[in-house]
Design a protein around this ligand. Structure first.
Ligand SMILES: Cc1cc2nc3c(=O)[nH]c(=O)nc-3n(C[C@H](O)[C@H](O)[C@H](O)COP(=O)(O)OP(=O)(O)OC[C@H]3O[C@@H](n4cnc5c(N)ncnc54)[C@H](O)[C@@H]3O)c2cc1C
Length: 420
C-alpha cells in the first residue's frame, strides 16, 4: 500500500524513513524546493532535558512582561485573530500544575525513544550527521536563575533524567570560555546534538536511493474525501493543477497543519513560533565544546560539524509570514558576549538571517495519531521547539500506526483530536 506524506521537513522525512524500512511505498509532497525551512536552520539539539512543555504556570505573566521589550526572546504579536485568541485561551488553560505533571513523563518518553533511535542511526555505515553526545549546559548568569533551574534539575532527576548543578568553578573546568561572573549551570549529560542540514541531506539521500518519490514545489490545495476516507489530493505544481490519488495519508505540514486539518474536519490549534539562527565559524583557540542554553536570554548555542557554531533563539507568535524582526536578531547577538566574552557576533544583513516557523500546539505537546473519522489519515505535527529531537520517535510511531500494530508509547496525550 502506498503512503503519501504531505510535508518534507524532519517529521515527514523520518516518517518516510521508518515506513520505507518496513516495506512501504512512499511519496513525499512538499510545497517548497526542499532546501530550507524550520527543519534546516534549527539549533540541532536532542533534548531529553526539555521535559517541561512551554505552557507552564507563570509563562503568561512572563510573556506579557517580555512583550514590552523589543529585543526579548518571546513575543506575541497582538492582533485581532480568532485562531490566535482561541489558541491563547487553550495555552492559558493548559498552563496548570496537573496538566504539566501529566505532560512531563510523556515528553520524557518520546524524547528518550527518539534519542535511542538517533544513537542507532549514528552507527549506520555512511550515515554521518555529526551526532555527538556531549550533554547540554543551562547557563545561568544570576544566582536567582540558578536557584530556579536547580528546582527543574531536581524534577529531572526524579524523572530519571540526569541533571547536575554546576558551581562556577565546575562550570569553568567544563567550558573554560564562559565569563567568570556567570553564576553556574545545570548540566544535562544525557542530551546530544547534531548538524541538522547534514542529517536532512543524509535522510533524503537514503530515501531517494531506496525508491521514495519526492514531489517538490508541489502544494496540496484541496483534500477530497469519499466514504470516510481521503480519496485524492488536488495539488499545484508549477502553476499546473493535478489530482493525486491516496491510499494512506500522513499530514506532516508543521505550522501549516491547521489549514489542511480543517479540510478533514479536525480542529488542530496551531500557531507558528518564529525563531532565528545565525551560523558562524568557530574561533580558533577559543572553541566552545558543549552546547548551551543562555537561560536568561533563551538563546541556544550549538558547536556543530567540525568548525561551525550556531546561535538560535526567540519565539515570535506572529502568524505565518517571512518578516524578519532585526531587533530580535540583535537581541540574540547582544546576549552571547554576556556569557562568552570572546563571541562578539556581527549583525548579518537582513536577507542573510535564517528564520524558521515552529509548529506550536497550545499545550506544548505534539499531535500524533489517527483521525477517528477518516480511516486512512494520520497526523504528525505540532512539535514546537522539539521537532528535531522528537522526529525519529515520531516517525517510528507513524510507521506503527500505519501498520496497525501496538505503538511503542501510549499516544493518549498526543491525540490530534484532543481539541475536537
Ligand atoms: C531557531 C530555532 C531553533 C530550534 N532548535 C531546535 C533544537 O535545537 N532541537 C529541536 O528538537 N527542535 C528545534 N527547533 C524546532 C524544530 O526545528 C521544529 O520543531 C521542526 O523543524 C518541525 O519539523 P516539521 O517537519 O514538523 O515542520 P517543517 O520543517 O516546517 O516541515 C513542514 C513542511 O510542510 C510543508 N508544507 C506545508 N503545507 C504544505 C502543503 N499544503 N503542501 C505541501 N507541503 C506543505 C512546508 O513547506 C514544510 O517544509 C528549532 C526551531 C527554531 C526556529
Amino acid at each position: 500500500m502506498k503512503t503519501t506524506i504531505i510535508g518534507g521537513g524532519l517529521i515527514g522525512l523520518f516518517s518516510a524513513y521508518y515506513l520505507k524500512k518496513n516495506g512501504h511505498d512512499v511519496v513525499i509532497i512538499e510545497q517548497s524546493s526542499g532546501e530550507d525551512g524550520c527543519s534546516f536552520g534549527n539549533a540541532g539539539m536532542v533534548v531529553p532535558s526539555h521535559f517541561i512543555p512551554l505552557a507552564v504556570p507563570g509563562m503568561i505573566e512572563k510573556g506579557i512582561r517580555w512583550m514590552f521589550d523589543a529585543e526579548s526572546p518571546f513575543y506575541v504579536k497582538p492582533r485581532l485573530n480568532l485562531d490566535l485568541l482561541s489558541w491563547g485561551m487553550k495555552f492559558y488553560k493548559a498552563a496548570n500544575k496537573k496538566q504539566v505533571e501529566e505532560a512531563m513523563p510523556a515528553l520524557r518518553d518520546i524524547s528518550l525513544l527518539s534519542k535511542s533511535l538517533y544513537q542507532e542511526l549514528s552507527k549506520m555505515k555512511d550515515f554521518d550527521f555529526s551526532f555527538e553526545e556531549k550533554g547540554l549546559m543551562m547557563l545561568c548568569k544570576t544566582n536567582h536563575t540558578l536557584e530556579e533551574e536547580a528546582i527543574v534539575a531536581e524534577q529531572a532527576n526524579l524523572l530519571g533524567i540526569k541533571a547536575k548543578v554546576l558551581s562556577q568553578s565546575e562550570l569553568h573546568t567544563l567550558e573554560p570560555e564562559v565569563r567568570p561572573e556567570v553564576a553556574g549551570a545545570v548540566f544535562y549529560e544525557g542530551d546530544a546534538h547534531l548538524y541538522p542540514n547534514q542529517l536532512l541531506a543524509k535522510l533524503k539521500e537514503y530515501l531517494v536511493q531506496n525508491g521514495v518519490e519526492f514531489l517538490y514545489n508541489t502544494e496540496v490545495k484541496t483534500i477530497h474525501l469519499e466514504n470516510n476516507r481521503v480519496k485524492s489530493l488536488d495539488v499545484w505544481q508549477e502553476s499546473r493543477s493535478e489530482i493525486i490519488s491516496v491510499e494512506n495519508l500522513i499530514i506532516a505540514t508543521g505550522s501549516w497543519s491547521q489549514l489542511l486539518a480543517k479540510q478533514l474536519g479536525i480542529n488542530l490549534p496551531m500557531q507558528a513560533g518564529k525563531g532565528y539562527s545565525i551560523t558562524a565559524e568557530q574561533k580558533n583557540g577559543k572553541k566552545l565544546n558543549i552546547p548551551s542554553i543562555l537561560l536568561e536570554a533563551r538563546v541556544a548555542i550549538t558547536p556543530m560539524s567540525e568548525n561551525l557554531i550556531r546561535f538560535g533563539g526567540t519565539m515570535e507568535i506572529g502568524g505565518i509570514n517571512n518578516h524578519i524582526n532585526m531587533n530580535r536578531v540583535k537581541g540574540i547577538i547582544k546576549s552571547v558576549p554576556q556569557y562568552f566574552p570572546d563571541y562578539q557576533l556581527e549583525t548579518p544583513a537582513k536577507e542573510k538571517v535564517w528564520y524558521g516557523l515552529r509548529p506550536c500546539s497550545p499545550d506544548g505537546l505534539p499531535y500524533i495519531g489517527r483521525s477517528s473519522n477518516l480511516s486512512n489519515v494520520i497526523i504528525a505535527s505540532g512539535h514546537a521547539m522539539m521537532g528535531l529531537s522528537l522526529a525519529p520517535g515520531t516517525g517510528h510511531l507513524v510507521q506503527q500506526l500505519v501498520d496497525n500494530i501496538p505503538t511503542s508509547l501510549n499516544l493518549k496525550l498526543y491525540n490530534p483530536e484532543r481539541y475536537a
